[in-house]
Every structure is written in structure tokens, then in C-alpha cells.
Design a protein around this ligand. Structure first.
Ligand SMILES: [Zn+2]
Ligand SMILES: [Zn+2]
Length: 349
């Protein structure tokens, strides 16, 4: 039986610890499923929300957490095709299915989009109510922690590389920024058959990790400009694709400078400064494509779950730290202060 109340980690204000509170278990609408959360990934966005205040939540207090995995624990009257106890990853946001962006195949930028844990109640709680269409079956062979981080930390670079710039087998790619998203970008690029993967980051430890995940060449821009090294490594041409996971003016510009004629640049990193780069005389003559990429699709999450289940994608080494919900503030501190250099921090319930 589902209890009436549950523990949840609630956000009250910037630079305040999350409060562990007992709140009512959400009531189900007829099309919704109650998911008993088993694991929730923490993300850079959570650090932005809690410590920096640059990503405001839609309201306060709010339960944070937007990388959920768990088991089905209850169903609304109109839900079909699911049974209690089934293991699931949860697409961590609402999309309407009927706006212009949804019907043209871009539910990730739905005009009514609400991300759980930012604009709606999130996954750092014992239970989460979501529309049944948000569920993705999670095979026994995929741990809940992996099922959790797939939904954003892996699905975001997967969408950027497989959909937005459609990286093809045999192409070369430069990845700027080897944090959680960038490192998963390396794994995705390898999976898609990139011929050469170059990774740029100022942190030696992250470059080391990038190499262990399949990067062929790593560059630390602290000493020498990365664009020259990228040109040199590609016979003077530049890479076919450059992916930016930092969100800085300088690195976005370096991406544009580092691509070959007909090259594609995809920007995933969020930043506040305007994009300034090469003049149109270069940009136009080289036919460069510069694309933004936001979030992910349900299809991408389904594909990643299958890739993890088949063993083609190994994500277990990505989860460097696991904390129980009662230690959620320690978990956030590890991510914020980069204690023990985490890739991904998960909270288990
Ligand atoms: Zn996130
Ligand atoms: Zn929509």
C-alpha cells in the first residue's frame, strides 16, 4: 500500500540547505503513474538553483531533482500497459504534445514545457507522479542509478550529437568541456563512429577521464591555443563537428574557428554572454552551421536505455558518488565544490 505521506528534499531559497520534509504523496490524475523513486541523479542545474540562483525555480518551496528512476507504484484510472513493480526511467519533464514545437517533432522545446524539479515537483522524494507517457521501461540489467542519469546527463549530449549535428561514422569531432555532459559526449561520439575525438578542457584530471572514455587527443588550452592544435591534428582542415559544453563566448568562438568547411557547431553549454565569433566573410564562405541544442527526447532516452542494457554503453563508471536522500545536502556540496572530482552524483532512496 502506498502511504499517505513521504519524505522530500525541498528547496526554500538560494544558499539555503534543502529541507527534508514530510509532505503528502501526490494524488494521481487519471492519466498519471505514481513512481516510487529508487535513484535520482544530481545535475549542474541543481547547483545553479541551490548555490548560484541563476536558474530560478517556478515557485518555492519545490522538491528538486530531474533525473528520476524507480518502480511503478500506482496508476490513474485511464492508464494502460503498465503494472505495479515495473522498473522505469522517467522523462523528466512535461510536454503538451499539441503545440507547434511538439507537433513538428521538437517536444524538448515544447511551448508549455515544465521540467520536474525546476518548474514542477521533482524526483528528490519517495514518490513522483508523472503522465504514463513519460515512462521508459528499464531492464533488470540496468541499475537504477544508470537509469536515472541517462534521462538528462547522457540524453542531453546524445540529442546534441545524434540529432542536432547528426555526427556520422568516420567524421572528426572536437568536444569543448569535459564535465559530466562532455565526458558522456565522448562516449556518444565513439558510439556513433567518430573517426577522431579531440577533447579540450583546462582540468588535467578530466582530460585523463576523457582519454579513458575514448578520446584520441586531449588539449589543455591553458598553455597553447586549442584551435591551432586542432587544425594541426586534422591536416590543417579542422574538424567536421565541434560541440560546446561550457557556455562561454571564447569556447563557442573556438568551436567555430576549429571546424572545417561545411563544419557544424553545436552549443549545449548555457551562458549569459552574447556569441561573438568570426566575421561573415569567413562564416559564410566556409558554410559553417551554428546550432543550439536543448535537452533531449523520449526516443533518445529509450535508445540509451537499450544501449546500456546491451552493454554497448557502459555508464556505471560515470556514477562516482552515491548518497542516501537523508544526505542530499552533502551530495550537493560534493557536486558544487567538486569534492573528489565527481562525474555524476546520485541520490538513492
Ligand atoms: Zn540537468
Ligand atoms: Zn508542446
Amino acid at each position: 500500500m502506498t502511504p499517505n505521506s513521504m519524505m522530500a528534499a525541498r528547496f526554500y531559497g538560494v544558499q539555503e540547505p534543502l529541507r527534508l520534509e514530510e509532505i503528502p504523496v501526490p494524488e494521481l490524475r487519471e492519466d498519471e503513474v505514481l513512481v516510487k523513486i529508487q535513484a535520482a541523479g544530481l545535475c549542474g542545474s541543481d547547483v545553479h538553483i541551490v548555490f548560484e540562483g541563476v536558474t530560478p525555480t517556478a515557485y518555492k518551496p519545490i522538491t528538486l531533482g530531474h533525473e528520476p528512476a524507480g518502480v511503478v507504484a500506482g496508476m490513474g484510472s485511464r492508464v494502460e500497459g503498465w503494472e505495479e513493480g515495473e522498473r522505469v526511467s522517467v522523462v523528466p519533464g512535461f510536454w503538451c504534445g499539441s503545440c507547434r514545437n511538439c507537433v513538428t517533432g521538437f517536444p524538448n522545446v515544447c511551448l508549455s514545457r515544465r521540467i520536474y524539479g525546476i518548474q514542477a515537483e521533482g524526483a528528490l522524494a519517495e514518490y513522483l507522479a508523472v503522465p504514463a507517457r513519460n515512462l521508459v521501461r528499464l531492464p533488470e540489467s540496468v541499475p537504477f542509478t544508470v537509469g536515472a542519469i541517462i534521462t538528462d546527463a547522457v540524453a542531453t549530449p546524445f540529442y546534441a550529437l545524434s540529432e542536432r549535428v547528426a555526427l556520422k561514422a568516420g567524421e572528426t569531432i572536437a568536444i569543448f568541456g569535459a564535465g559530466g555532459l562532455g565526458l558522456h559526449g565522448v562516449q556518444v561520439a565513439k558510439l556513433l563512429g567518430a573517426q577522431k575525438i579531440i577533447v579540450v578542457d583546462t582540468r588535467e584530471e578530466q582530460l585523463e577521464r576523457a582519454r579513458s572514455m575514448g578520446a584520441d587527443l586531449t588539449l589543455n588550452p591553458t598553455g597553447s591555443p586549442p584551435v591551432e592544435a586542432i587544425l594541426e591534428a586534422t591536416g590543417g582542415l579542422g574538424v567536421d563537428v565541434a560541440a560546446e559544453f561550457v557556455g562561454l563566448q571564447a569556447t563557442i568562438s573556438q568551436c567555430v574557428e576549429a571546424v572545417a568547411p561545411n563544419g557544424r557547431v553545436v552549443v549545449v553549454g548555457l551562458g549569459a554572454d552574447p556569441i561573438t565569433t568570426v566575421p561573415p566573410t569567413v562564416f559564410v564562405r566556409k558554410q559553417i552551421a551554428l546550432l543550439g541544442s536543448y535537452g533531449f527526447t523520449k526516443r533518445g532516452i529509450e535508445q540509451l536505455v537499450e544501449l546500456a542494457a546491451s552493454g554497448r554503453l557502459n555508464l556505471e563508471s560515470s556514477i562516482t558518488h552515491i548518497f542516501p536522500l537523508s544526505e542530499v545536502n552533502t551530495a550537493l556540496k560534493y557536486l558544487h565544490e567538486k569534492i573528489e572530482n565527481p562525474i555524476r552524483v546520485a541520490v538513492t532512496l
